[in-house]
Design a protein around this ligand. Structure first.
Ligand code: GTP
Ligand code: MG
Length: 679
């Protein structure tokens, strides 16, 4: 391999489906780089990654884990991302600052589909990526079969960089297709260089030819050499590989075992020699540094109980020292990162990823220089798919809860908080049940809050179907001043969405002008909770007649009379329940389209049609309308039907009448809830 100068600090993000072995691979890479003395295990809680109590308890990554280290003199930051599809925002944010992504996948062809959204994301954003087929120690799948399946979900060509040497089903080593050297794994130590076995020579030759042909597709010079049977010099092949990776034209493929230390050194070497430099990523992202000072991008925010806010940032240009000002905020602590351990250092230089303490005014996703900050424009947060109501058992903790929730939402932009007006609930929105459970655990573990979660209420409303006319008379005589208000009102239904309207047809001063508005207020008061127990909408009230008393009438008396008339009138108007209906677009791989349609039908939904998903080869979008009451766990069932990849977008569409048994049940439940609340 060509000699090369020491690189500027680079960043590799380890991404891939749930449990594919990213955190184990991080551990293996650290061990190989001698950044840890003993290799830890996720299983027994000894890994550098997954140190949070939530991750340890679940034996899965629940947030990004970062490690700064050097490999053969080159500085690196490795970012181990959680694989759960519900925590995808973490990977997306890490990928915003990565020079290269290592996609860790299991070789099982049946799981290839699980990589579809991630590979699509990398392809769409032109993020250089390498594929690492992990768990080869425990798999009899042929690398070629794994690649064939994965190629169906990758736009870029997946190009084998090495081929396995096997003893029966077991992979015992590999042949590097560029250097044409064969290595035998030597567990616990470096692989041994061996002669290419005769039995493998022909396969090796063919695979090398394929690799070169892939590269020649993007390189005329190499194409020329291949056509004229010239063997290209190794340096040219390495350079072409590095360039094609940088430009995201190909995806080099490696394999091995994080657990049994196979192929780790080979992966490190590929990263070292072929991963783009920070200035190349800077150019790829179209970043600009106008005023010579530092330029940093914050891709993650952490709130620790004791140390306060820390912004994880990549330094794109210049240096950042402890105490320095960034966009009007003072850096209190520049931290190097070793999983859960953070160590203070005097400054960070171009290319590095560090923690910057106490940048209170700066948020995740911002790009900041010495003077100002702006949104990096990287990505809008993932829209919410699943909600839970959150409450604290002690009333005194309510303020603390709202502070803690906003900190969690700042850490993870795919979490959001809504104070639902209709149901008076605090709703936590996120990507799925696990996502929100982790958030609830953080509220307990980190903020000491005793929270309970519940299924959110559906914001039903009610309206009326028939008009009526009623008389409301409020008269009270109790010593001194009496109270007198007397109104005739007409109530009638309005079109869906028209809301509430009030008017009067009073002539000849039957009711003096100043008492008309109080009648309206009295009527509106009653609309907050109609005969079925919900807010009443879409009706018009007209004040038609009435009478007053020169001494005893007042605003209050007319307000009461208005309310009395409404309370009496509404039950006569055939009140009916309204339920919110959402417009939903379900995106799924085409082989699952009919399952998605059945899912919609089984949830009282109406299918409006389906079509190919724009820009997504092999995916469909099913358009439908679904009652909100049926949406709560839709994402959970959809994922379980589609290997986790199905998703949807939604927005409120309209309120729709609900009658029959389901309506009766809603009203019954509501009555029980209201009477419980009254005690
Ligand atoms: N046989 C075998 N098992 C492995 C290998 N790598 C990881 N595992 C096991 O796979 C499981 C998941 O490993 P992790 O490293 O936690 O996977 P991950 O991709 O980080 O998981 P998430 O972050 O939760 O998505 C653990 O039980 C590991 O012991 C490997 O190379 N071979
Ligand atoms: Mg992990």
């Amino acid at each position: 391999m060509p000699n090369r100068p020491v690189s500027k600090p680079r960043v590799a993000a380890l991404v891939g489906p749930y449990l594919s072995g990213k955190t184990s691979l991080l551990e293996a890479l650290l061990f190989e780089a001698e950044a840890v003395h003993r290799k830890g295990l996720v299983k027994d809680g000894s890994s550098v990654g997954d140190a949070s109590p939530e991750a340890r308890a679940r034996q899965m990554s629940t947030e990004v884990n970062l490690v700064n280290l050097t490999y053969l003199g080159d500085p690196w930051t490795l970012i181990d991302c959680p694989g759960s599809i519900e925590l995808a925002q973490e990977s997306m944010n890490a990928l915003a600052v990565a020079d290269v992504a290592v996609v860790v996948a299991e070789p099982d062809p049946a799981r290839a589909l699980m990589l579809s959204p991630l590979l699509k994301f990398l392809d769409d954003h032109k993020i250089p990526h390498i594929l690492f087929l992990n768990k080869m120690d425990a798999s009899a799948v042929k690398v070629r079969d794994a690649l064939e399946a994965l190629q169906t979900v990758s736009e870029r060509p997946l190009v084998l960089r090495e081929i396995p040497l096997r003893d029966g089903d077991k992979v015992t080593g590999y042949i590097d297709l560029v250097s044409e050297r064969a290595y035998k794994y030597h567990p616990g130590d470096n692989s041994d260089l061996i002669q290419i076995p005769k039995s493998a020579a022909e396969t090796e030759h063919q695979a090398r030819q394929e690799l070169l042909e892939h590269l020649a597709d993007f390189d005329d010079h190499l194409m020329e050499e291949l056509l004229t049977d010239v063997v290209p010099p190794t340096t040219e092949v390495y350079e072409t590989l590095a360039r094609d990776l940088k430009d995201d034209l190909i995806v080099p493929v490696f394999f091995g075992s994080a657990q049994a230390d196979g192929g780790i050194r080979r992966l490190w070497k590929a990263l070292r020699h072929e991963a783009p430099e920070p200035h190349e990523t800077f150019a790829r992202l179209g970043l600009k540094a106008d005023n010579g000072g530092p330029l940093v991008q914050i891709f993650k925010t952490l709130h620790a109980a004791h140390t306060g806010k820390m912004s994880l940032a990549r330094i794109w240009k210049g240096e950042v020292a402890d105490g320095q000002n960034i966009a009007g905020a003072r850096v209190v602590g520049v931290m190097s990162l070793q999983g859960a351990k953070h160590e203070k250092k005097p400054k960070a230089v171009e290319g590095e990823v560090v923690g910057l303490g106490r940048l209170e005014s700066l948020a995740t996703g911002q790009l900041a220089d010495g003077e100002k900050s702006a949104d990096s424009g990287w990505l809008a947060p993932l829209p919410p798919l699943f909600a839970l109501g959150v409450a604290v058992s002690k009333k005194a903790d309510e303020v603390k809860l709202s502070g803690a929730l906003s900190k969690l939402a700042e850490e993870d932009p795919s979490l959001s908080v809504e104070h639902a007006q209709d149901t008076h609930e605090t709703l936590l929105w996120g990507q799925g049940e696990i996502h929100l459970q982790i958030a609830a655990e953080r509220l307990k573990n980190r903020f000491g809050l005793d929270v309970v979660t519940h299924r959110p209420q559906v914001p039903y409303k009610e309206t009326i179907k028939k008009p009526t006319q009623v008389h409301g008379r409020h008269k009270r005589q109790s010593g001194g001043h009496g109270q007198f208000g007397d109104v005739h009102i007409a109530i009638k239904p309005q079109a869906r969405g028209a809301g509430f309207a009030f008017s009067d047809t009073i002539v000849g001063g039957a009711i003096p002008k100043q008492y008309i508005q109080p009648v309206c207020e009295g009527a509106e008061e009653v609309l907050k909770q109609g005969p079925l127990g919900f807010a009443v909408v879409d009706l018009a009230v007209t004040l038609t007649d009435g009478s007053f008393h020169a001494v005893d009438s007042s605003d209050m008396a007319f307000k009461t009379a208005g309310a009395m008339a409404m309370r009496e009138g509404l039950p006569q108007c055939e009140p009916v329940l309204l339920e919110p209906v959402l417009s939903v677009e379900i995106a799924i791989p085409a082989e699952h389209t009919s399952k998605a349609q059945r899912l919609v039908s089984s949830r009282r939904g109406q299918i409006l049609g389906f079509d190919a998903k724009d820009g997504w080869k092999g995916w469909d979008v099913v358009s439908a309308q679904l009652p909100q009451a049926e949406m709560h766990d839709l994402i959970i069932e959809l994922r379980s039907l589609t290997m986790g990849v199905g998703t949807f977008a939604w927005h409120f569409d309209h309120m729709q009448e609900l009658s029959g048994r389901s309506a009766d049940k809603v009203v019954e439940d509501r009555k029980a809830l209201l009477s419980a609340a009254r005690g």
